[in-house]
Structures are given as structure tokens and as C-alpha cells.
Design a protein around this ligand. Sequence first.
Ligand SMILES: [Zn+2]
Ligand SMILES: [Zn+2]
Length: 176
Amino acid sequence: MNIETIDAVRKDWDTYFMDIAYMVSTRSRCPRRHVGAVLVQGKKLLGTAYNGAPTGVQDCLEAGCMIAEEIEMKLIDGKEQPIKKQRCIRTIHAEQNLLLFTDRTDREGSTVYVTDQPCWTCANMLANSGVIEIVYHRSYPKDSDKVVNLMVQKGIIFRCLNHFEPPAQAHMVVTS
Ligand SMILES: [Zn+2]
Ligand SMILES: [Zn+2]
């Protein structure tokens, strides 16, 4: 392999860490959503986490998803309309597990790479966790406005990797 070929396949750091977040997400046992998150300080990987039930408790594959129904307002044809949405609430979100399994000192000044844009609760917790940057791939429009607003207030860099292509091994069939 010559230098040009090696450079062509060499991943930039964003791709490198988002690839890892996607591979981590394959550990999830919720059939509705696989989310992975990693903590990075400088170029050093300091933690990985995915969405899942607490250790030692039946997970979604064993006990089925724990479905909660919520009414959400959605803009349809220029009008706000109530839409019924079903969500699985059995799992601890990947970002929350990442906070449970990393140290505060490791998070200060660090970056979180997460496969999905954080929900409001996760964003709120991340905003108080010491991290200074959040990089995500898939959007989550439900909470996007208030999450973006929070990140601006906190001065946390909040970036979407628009052109990222998830690794083929991490593709899943989403059932919702
Ligand atoms: Zn589930
Ligand atoms: Zn969340």
C-alpha cells in the first residue's frame, strides 16, 4: 500500500470516535433504539456506554420494551397537532450510563461523541457534567430547540456530523 492509499482510508478524529460510538451501540439490547456514547479527552478514549437496563435487571429482549405513550405536538401543514408517540423507557440512556461510569475529573474539558442527538434530560445532565463539547450524528427533533438553546447558554460546542456514514457492522433494523 502506498502513502496516498493509506492517507485515503485514514479516518479523521471525528469519524474515528463516532465509528467507535456506533460500534458501542451494537451492545444495546433494546430493539427500538441502539445508542452509543464515548468520552474523549484530547485524543484519549476515557469511557464508553450504551442504552440499557440496569445490570442484573431484565432487559428489553428478556422482558420486552417498556412502552410509554406520550402526546407530542407536531407541526403538520402549518398547524400544531397532537401526535401519539410510543417510547421505550426501560433503558438508562447511553449518555446517562456514560456519566455513571466515568469520573468527574475525566469529564472536565472533554468531548462526548454520541450516535444520537441527546434528549432533553441527557442534555441537561451533560450540561452539568464538565464536558465542553458534544458531537452527535442522528438528529432528534423532539427536543432539539430547547437542547440547542441550553448548549448556547452553557457555551458547550454542539456539533452534528452531517456527512458521517455509520460503519456497516453497526446497522440495525429499527422497529419503531
Ligand atoms: Zn426497549
Ligand atoms: Zn437521553
